[in-house]
Design a protein around this ligand. Structure first.
Ligand code: PEP
Length: 256
């Protein structure tokens, strides 16, 4: 994972509905992504499209990622895909622990198995954490600590060079820039996550782990989140499905 670059990850989720449309969307962002030298763009389409989109690109400024993987290397696991398999079609990153996967029953323990298997296979892991709501007693911080701690159980220090933490408060996902986190709140969370990682490992390791934000990141709020929120990049959902909006985000991040 390149250092000193902003990481802008497109989470296309289960969109678009055909390979033709996926190619069109990718070609709509390819030029801007190829020209933004201070940004590493990661496109996470539905897994079935990775291989074909990969054929349309040959540089280093754009990488591809999966939206999930299974934790076993191979075998009788109908419907699942292993980290090695997804790597073999061109994925370098994987999103794990996304709230939409957790909503279907994915536990911290399952996320941990996937993190271990993906790092072992050499994938860069984008580990998502985030609370569904905030409470006056700040119990959500305990919830986030638990998510991080369990997801990273038995993960060795050396493997952490390929880890990215995506802070995605569920209350901010799929809305508008006005509902997203404020830069001040983001800065607090940035410090909190670094502190938690310091307690789990040490300060040097914590400082090197990029923290990105996801939850209605749009052209109108990314600038202040980068400047005041100190984030290292974004996980972009709905705004990544509009080439014009996503390109705008890439250009803003490129200036920081
Ligand atoms: C997401 O679900 O990962 C996400 C960031 O979505 P959105 O940008 O649509 O809030």
């Amino acid at each position: 994972m390149p250092k000193n670059k902003k990481l802008i990850v497109a989470n296309w989720k289960m969109n678009p509905q055909s390979l033709v449309e996926a190619k069109k969307l990718f070609l709509g962002v390819k030029k801007t992504a190829s020209g933004t030298s201070n940004v590493q763009t990661v496109i996470c389409p539905p897994n079935v499209f990775i291989s074909e989109l990969n054929k349309l690109y040959s540089g280093h400024r754009v990488s591809f990622g999966a939206q999930d993987v299974f934790w076993k290397e191979k075998g009788s696991y109908t419907g699942e895909i292993s980290p090695e398999e997804i790597k073999s079609v061109g994925a370098e990153y994987v999103i794990l622990g996304h709230s939409e996967a957790r909503a279907f029953g994915e536990t911290n323990e399952i996320v941990n198995k996937k993190v271990i298997a993906s790092l072992k296979a050499g994938l860069n892991v984008i580990l998502c954490i985030g609370e569904s709501k905030r409470d006056a007693h700040a119990l959500y911080l305990k919830f986030l600590t638990e998510q991080l701690k369990t997801a990273l159980l038995s993960v060795g220090r050396k493997e952490l060079k390929n880890l990215i933490v995506a802070y995605e408060p569920i209350w901010a996902i799929g809305k508008t820039d006005e509902d997203a986190i404020s830069p001040h709140q983001m800065h607090e969370m940035y410090i909190f996550i670094k502190k938690t990682l310091t307690e789990l490992y040490d300060k040097k390791i914590a400082l090197n782990i990029p923290i990105i934000y996801g939850g209605s990141a749009e052209p109108d709020n990314v600038n202040e989140l980068l400047v005041e929120g100190e984030v290292d990049g974004f996980l972009v959902g709905h705004a990544s499905l509009e080439a014009r909006e996503f390109n705008e985000i890439l250009k803003i991040a490129n200036k920081k």
